[in-house]
Ligand binder design. Structure first.
Ligand code: CP
Length: 349
């Protein structure tokens, strides 16, 4: 593993090692205070973030390293029209690792092609959010001791929720996991996810009914309806608040059910759930710090290597996703495979 763009970049053995390292950091944080002294992280956040941005910065500081970057691209030369290739070539000559959050799908994958240091995907549009997946897996493993044999409910905006897409694909590696996909029809998971589950023979149910499903669940993963991904504000107003988990509904759940949420929440988990010992979402955010420390330790100590510079492509890109990086950075090489865009995973039509 050189870059971390997608959870698929990590083998199950690498995940197990990463979890062990995160657990050891949690138990013995003082042993790691100088582990990355002299190393530097570039934090390139083109889209708002609280947890991912601050936990990565805290992780690097707690390991003895340094951080530079921006949380507003208007403060960098991107606002003057600098292309991604040039920004990344420069930043990777200064940094030992880059973390990147962007609304543009496939942009982090594109950045990795031009980076001399490892690049970590801190969320790209509605596509993937693999370090949130590491956070989710760490929280479940810590509480249940295993990622096998459980009923996992995912509830809310399953169409635009990148954390959901990454988590389903990651959990599908483990034995005995069944999925309950709870959403309004307009916000159902994309077809490529149900196709993926179908091809792997994994049990899943699509439903609109949270109350009827709760009693069966070992994990309930709530998500917010993602206002920033809607082109029609009226459609957002109609769908927001469609599911609200509250103390009353928690009475229907198993005694050991875990409630997770990647956060931020809006109103999909009422405040009266917070004191319930099954509410794990703030602990989940804390787990994110330790697993990101483990990831930085694994990647930021690697030797830097100048990437091969490919010539600009002359073939046109065929991706029709308006949020795909190939729509704005015309020089990128074509990476399409099996009718799927190699950057944003959209089906080519
Ligand atoms: N869970 C998550 O990605 O939160 P932020 O958007 O605040 O980073």
């Amino acid at each position: 593993m050189r870059h971390f763009i997608d959870f698929e970049d990590m083998s199950t053995a690498e995940w197990n090692s990463l979890y062990s390292l995160a657990s050891d950091i949690m138990a013995h944080p003082r042993d790691y205070v100088d582990a990355l002294r002299g190393r530097v992280m570039a934090s390139l956040f083109f889209e708002p973030s609280t947890r991912t941005n601050f936990s990565f910065q805290t992780a690097m500081l707690k390991l003895g390293g340094g951080v530079f970057g921006f949380a507003d691209a208007n403060t960098s030369s991107v606002s003057k029209g600098e292309c991604l290739k040039d920004t990344i070539t420069m930043c990777s000559s200064y940094a030992d690792v880059i973390t990147m959050r962007t609304p543009v799908e496939g942009m982090v994958k594109a950045a990795s092609l031009y980076s001399a240091c490892p690049v970590i995907n801190a969320g790209d549009g509605g596509h993937l959010h693999p370090t949130q997946t590491l956070t989710d897996l760490t929280t479940i493993t810590e509480r249940r001791g295993s990622l096998e044999n459980m009923n996992v409910g995912l509830c809310g905006d399953l169409k635009n929720g990148r954390t959901v897409h990454s988590l389903i694909r990651a959990l599908s590696r483990f034995e005995g996991v069944s999925f309950f996909l709870i959403s309004p029809r307009e916000l159902a998971v994309p077809e490529y996810i149900t196709k993926f589950l179908g091809e792997k023979g994994i049990r899943f149910v699509e439903t609109t009914n949270l109350e009827a499903t709760i009693p069966q669940l070992d994990v309930l993963y709530m998500t917010r309806v993602q206002r920033e991904r809607f082109s029609d504000p009226a459609e957002y107003e109609r769908l927001k608040g469609v599911y609200v988990l509250n103390a009353q509904k928690m009475k229907l759940a198993k005694r050991e059910m875990m409630v997770l949420h990647p956060l931020p929440r809006v109103d999909e988990i009422a405040l009266d759930v917070d004191p319930d010992p099954r509410a794990c979402y703030f602990h989940q955010a804390e787990c994110g710090l330790y697993v990101r420390m483990a990831l930085l330790l694994t990647l930021a100590s690697k030797e830097k290597a100048r990437p091969e510079q490919s010539l600009p492509e002359t073939r046109p890109h065929r991706c029709k996703n308006p949020r795909c990086i190939t729509r704005t950075e015309a020089y990128l090489p074509v990476l399409d495979e099996d009718g799927v865009c190699g950057y944003c995973d959209s089906k080519l039509v």
